[in-house]
Design a binder for this molecule. Structure first.
Ligand SMILES: *Cc1c(COP(=O)(O)O)cnc(C)c1O
Length: 228
């Protein structure tokens, strides 16, 4: 089940686009099953769960005599600055940098721990006031002074479309982040690592591919409904 879902999604992805299998709320056995089907990149959105699953998978790989680093982890949820130590030692990327304050805290953590953290900047999309994320202006300003964050490597943008069944609204969200991505690449050509666009989830990843997604974050369509 898990394996066939992964394979059918991966087959739809153009070259250069990667699947982040979102395993949140699912047991480690589900991650192992996905790994055995060839999936090596996973996403989690809660610090505690993230900090438990990463070492559990390392142990599993070790027992199998496999390279512990063959599984990569992206953190995709809201990250409070008092939880950095649960996430940053293990994360191959933090996709959800949703405030300048968080970015600065990650930079400080990286400096202290002599580590460079890979991140995406999360653009605030959709109408809901509660949803986090940076404004376009904040993203421009951040990239203008990217050099002042030597312990952070900014790889691109992440966004979550408005949660609606109205496809036109979803398309407008993806169009906006995709066009921002293009403008930023043009405006900051020296930031050669700035190339990832993480958009699309189970219900809208096919649409996201039309707008240049290089990462799609899919949970339910792989692992089934989550039990909260
Ligand atoms: C849970 C989650 C996903 C995956 O959602 P599905 O609808 O289960 O595919 C993607 N991105 C983020 C940020 C998430 O929190």
């Amino acid at each position: 089940m898990i394996g066939s879902s992964i394979n059918s999604i991966v087959r739809e992805l153009p070259t250069g686009t990667r699947l982040v299998a979102v395993s949140k709320f699912h047991p480690i056995e589900a991650v192992q099953e996905a790994f055995m089907a060839g999936q090596c990149l996973f996403g989690e959105n809660r610090p505690q769960e993230f900090a438990a699953k990463v070492p559990a998978m390392r142990e599993y790989l070790q027992e199998k005599g496999l390279n512990e680093d063959s599984v990569k982890w992206h953190f995709i949820g809201h990250l409070q600055t008092n939880k950095l130590k649960l996430v940053l030692p293990y994360a191959d990327m933090v996709e959800s940098v949703d405030s300048v304050h968080l970015l600065e805290s990650i930079e400080a953590w990286g400096r202290t721990n002599e580590k460079v953290i890979n991140v995406l900047l999360e653009l605030h999309l959709g109408a809901e006031d509660t949803k986090g994320g940076l404004t376009e202006k904040e993203i421009y300003e951040t990239l203008e002074k990217a050099g002042t964050y030597p312990h952070v490597r900014i790889h691109g943008l992440m966004g979550m479309a408005t949660n609606t069944s109205d496809e036109a609204v979803v398309r407008e969200d993806f169009r906006r982040i995709s066009s921002l991505m293009s403008s930023l690449k043009e405006r900051f050509p020296s930031l050669t690592e700035f190339r990832e666009l993480s958009i699309g989830m189970s219900h809208d990843y096919r649409i996201a591919l039309e707008y240049g997604a290089t990462l799609v974050r899919v949970g339910t369509k792989i692992f089934g409904e989550r039990v909260y």
